[in-house]
Unconditional design. Structure first.
Length: 572
């Protein structure tokens, strides 16, 4: 057990002995950088970017990690190299003047080698050792190694000198890059460098369907785990950017925070009042249904919340989008002026899919938005197959979710198999799907919007009429008539008919109420008359009764008096 722990600890120490390259994305796929104090081979065909990789490794080493470097060139002179990389923002002359970078050009003439007899690298070791010691270099580049061995025909000597060179670099304790040109059946022309290098990286520049793409692959990395896929990389004015392929683990953070869409009536279709932060939303529909308007409203709402939005447009220019959105009362220019909204517009055919992914990835890392819009993703079908587009979007969504960035995609729907596949395939990747359909009837074309899916939240299952006016976007309830759903003028007609019916109904109710009132008053008058008649009859009956009582009383009194007189009880 103790032996296993010691072995694991040694492996961990070996893994973490790395020199960060400073190249955007490369350290991520190498899990920390190149092997520290050991040689790395970068090989590939002409034009794939070997020299630029090497120079950026040295420049970033100086600027970001304070590690001086030495560049030994066998093809280009120092002035030529400095001129070639000025477009990337690298000032090699300044670094040389500051004694942080040393560029040494070594010219090898095959005829001189043949005249002097046996050829070895002892002279190179002396010059290289002096260059390293003169500035205390920690990083070294040899570009390209084939020129060293152009005069060697003896394979035994070639192998021996190559091993000496790699061992010399290890003994000096520098992290070295050796560049090599691709061979016909091997990674390099000699086919030896890849065996003695501790790390081998293959660069590839391929052209598919007249669109070029640069890719990188780590062939081997001794003592360390590393990414094994092909990774696209981009060379632009900021240098080299490598895009790591999405992680295989589904362990991205999630948020319960709700953000609104910018369309209040749309938010009401969700009891939560909007979408989850960090989620992905797809808005699909046929041409002219208002997909871009919804996407721009979403971006406008983010900017009004004080959040940053990055808008990728593949069909329209930023000026065109800003102008068109004024027709629906959206002022995007103020957000652009405040730095909250930024457009990235390009034609899909400008790059391959991988290059678009790299460019988008890089733009997001640079701008650091809270919300991203891609409008429309179906244009990418023109430069790749459906499976390739889906693979790209998987990586894009994975990257955005990892950074808790909310994204909205728009997709054009056509009655074709490709677009049906795109809708169905892409919709399975996103968290929410808004679908806009054309509703044609009564000689009109109207729009209906409904929520196809919304992961983790309740949502309305009703179709709402989607209305675009000069005051913005809104959703209204559709009307169900005898022939089905009513929209547009049919809905207005139905509403007018219902309103007229209500007026007539209210009028009829009023007429009935008045008739009832009149009958009530008549009956009440009759009741009052009968009551008066009843009181008169009652009073008459009471009069007769009273008179009878009086007469009876008088009669009884008279009888009593007569009785008393007859009996002599009372004096007369």
């Amino acid at each position: 057990m103790a032996k296993k722990k010691a072995t694991a600890k040694a492996a961990d120490n070996l893994t973490f002995l790395k020199t960060p390259t400073g190249i955007n994305g490369l350290d991520e796929i190498t899990l920390g950088g190149f092997p520290k104090g050991r040689p790395t081979l970068i090989c590939g065909a002409a034009g794939c970017g070997k020299t630029l990789f090497s120079l950026e490794f040295l420049v970033k080493g100086v600027e970001e990690f304070n590690e001086p470097g030495v560049f030994i060139a066998f093809e280009e002179k120092a002035d030529e190299l400095a001129l070639n990389v000025t477009s990337l923002g690298f000032d090699l002359k300044k670094l040389q003047d500051e004694k942080k970078l040393r560029i040494d050009y070594i010219h090898i003439d095959k005829s001189e080698i043949e005249e002097t007899g046996e050829y070895d690298l002892q002279g190179l070791f002396i010059r290289l050792g002096y260059a390293i010691d003169s500035i205390g270099a920690k990083r070294v580049v040899l570009d390209t190694i084939e020129n060293l061995f152009s005069g060697l025909t003896n394979e035994g000597i070639l192998r021996a000198e190559l091993r000496r060179l790699f061992q010399f670099l290890k003994d000096k304790g520098v992290t070295a890059i050796i560049t090599g040109e691709s061979g016909e059946k091997t990674l390099t022309r000699q086919g030896l460098e890849e065996y003695v290098s501790d790390c081998v990286i293959l660069l590839d520049h391929r052209v598919v369907n007249q669109i070029s793409t640069r890719r990188l692959r780590i062939i081997k990395y001794r003592g360390s785990l590393h990414g094994t896929n092909e990774y696209p990389f981009l060379i632009d004015e900021d240098g080299i950017s490598v895009l790591p392929v999405t992680s295989l683990k589904l362990d991205k953070p999630v948020s319960a925070e709700i953000i609104n869409s910018g369309i209040p009536s749309l938010d009401k279709m969700f009891p939560t009042g909007g979408f989850y932060k960090g989620s992905s939303i797809l808005t699909s529909g046929t041409a002219g249904t208002g997909k871009t308007s919804i996407a721009v409203s979403f971006a406008d709402a983010a900017c009004k919340r004080g959040e940053k939005c990055l808008y990728f447009a593949f069909e329209e220019s930023p000026a065109q989008i800003i102008r068109n959105m004024k027709s629906i009362d959206l002022n995007l220019q103020k957000h652009v002026d405040k730095g909250l909204l930024k457009f990235y517009a390009s034609r899909p055919t400008m790059y391959g899919l991988e290059m678009h992914l790299v460019a988008i990835h890089k733009a997001i890392q640079k701008f650091k938005p809270n919300v991203v819009v891609l409008d429309p993703i179906t244009n990418l079908i023109t430069i790749g197959s459906f499976s390739e587009v889906k693979s790209m979007l998987v990586r894009m969504i994975d990257f955005l979710q990892e950074n808790q960035i909310t994204v909205m995609f728009t997709a054009l729907t056509l009655s074709t198999v490709i677009n049906d596949q795109t809708d169905d395939g892409v919709s399975s990747l996103v968290d929410s799907w808004l679908c806009i359909k054309d509703i044609e009837m009564n000689g009109e074309r109207n729009r209906g919007l409904y929520v196809m899916k919304a992961r983790g939240m309740q949502h309305s299952n009703q179709i709402r009429e989607f209305v675009i006016t000069n005051k913005g976007l809104s959703l209204v309830d559709v009307y169900l008539g005898p022939d089905g759903i009513l929209t547009g003028s049919a809905r207005e007609t139905q509403m007018l008919m219902e309103e007229t019916g209500q007026v007539l109904h209210r009028n009829a109710l009023g007429r009935k109420d008045r008739e009832v009132l009149r009958k009530r008053k008549l009956l009440e008058a009759k009741i009052e008359s009968l009551k008066t008649e009843f009181e008169s009859a009652e009073e008459e009956l009471n009069k007769i009764y009273i008179e009878d009582e009086i007469k009876r009383g008088v009669l009884n009194k008279t009888r009593q008096q007569m009785t008393d007189l007859r009996s002599g009880n009372k004096d007369i």
